[in-house]
Design a protein around this ligand. Structure first.
Ligand code: MD3
Ligand code: FE
Length: 207
């Protein structure tokens, strides 16, 4: 389950009941204002992934926590349930030293069957504590690249509903992306058309 040093895949980390609970929570958290939104790319395009944040908003270009975001909507708090889930998952995957890590921001991405995420690195956090990723719904191809460039060599891994993936240590700043979503592969009992990815992060900010 270790894909690269510090990058650990936990297949079937959440059982179906836990997946349903997390999905119901995401639906509640995504209610307007400040629900799922389209995000502009630096090049002036639109990301095919729609997203929203908990515990922060995107104040171009970085994390911020003012009372309202750019749309005038209140910033939603980081739910305690996600703080605990982040700690528990990181501790199980990469080490007990993260059992109390201060997970304070979440980014929730929604992919329809045509959505993609290009190769990028997550370097807006000031903390190098592990990022915890949780997948719900459709299976995707997750592409894990190297620490230097967005090109090869990379490793493709399928992420399925209920899987967790933790990125810490030497893998924390690696390039990665989602080149493909397999539409219609979500577990029928879950009741989700598409894919949700929840990432739990430590901002490293004092706020
Ligand atoms: C590797 N999301 O939100 S999750 C992202 O499936 C993001 O929605 C993808 O990349 C998704 O930034 C991939 C896996 C992931 C998340 C964070 C990472 C891999 C990572 C941070 C560092 C290294
Ligand atoms: Fe990322």
């Amino acid at each position: 389950r270790t894909i690269a040093p510090g990058a650990v895949h936990l297949p079937d980390w959440l059982d179906l009941a836990e997946q349903r609970t997390l999905l119901a929570q995401c639906r509640a958290w995504a209610r307007p204002p400040a629900g799922l939104r389209e995000v502009a790319t630096p090049g002036g395009g639109r990301m095919s992934v729609r997203q929203f944040g908990l515990g922060w908003h995107w104040f171009p270009y970085g994390y911020a926590r003012t009372a309202v975001d750019g749309d005038g909507a209140p910033v939603k708090p980081m739910p305690e349930a996600l703080v605990e889930l982040g700690r528990r998952t990181a501790a199980a995957a990469v080490g007990e030293e993260f059992a109390d890590a201060p997970y304070d921001i979440a980014l929730i991405n929604f992919y329809d069957a045509d959505a993609r995420m290009g190769m990028h690195r997550d370097q807006d956090e000031k903390s190098l504590d592990p990022v915890v990723s949780l997948s719900l719904g459709d299976t995707c191809v997750f592409r894990f690249g190297n620490g230097e460039t967005r090109a090869k060599p990379y490793t493709d891994v399928e992420l399925r509903s209920g899987d967790a993936f933790v990125f810490g240590g030497k893998s924390r700043l690696n390039y990665h992306g989602v080149p493909r979503v397999h539409g219609g592969t979500a577990p029928a009992e879950l009741g989700l058309v598409g894919r949700l990815n929840i990432t739990l992060r430590v901002s490293g900010l004092e706020w």
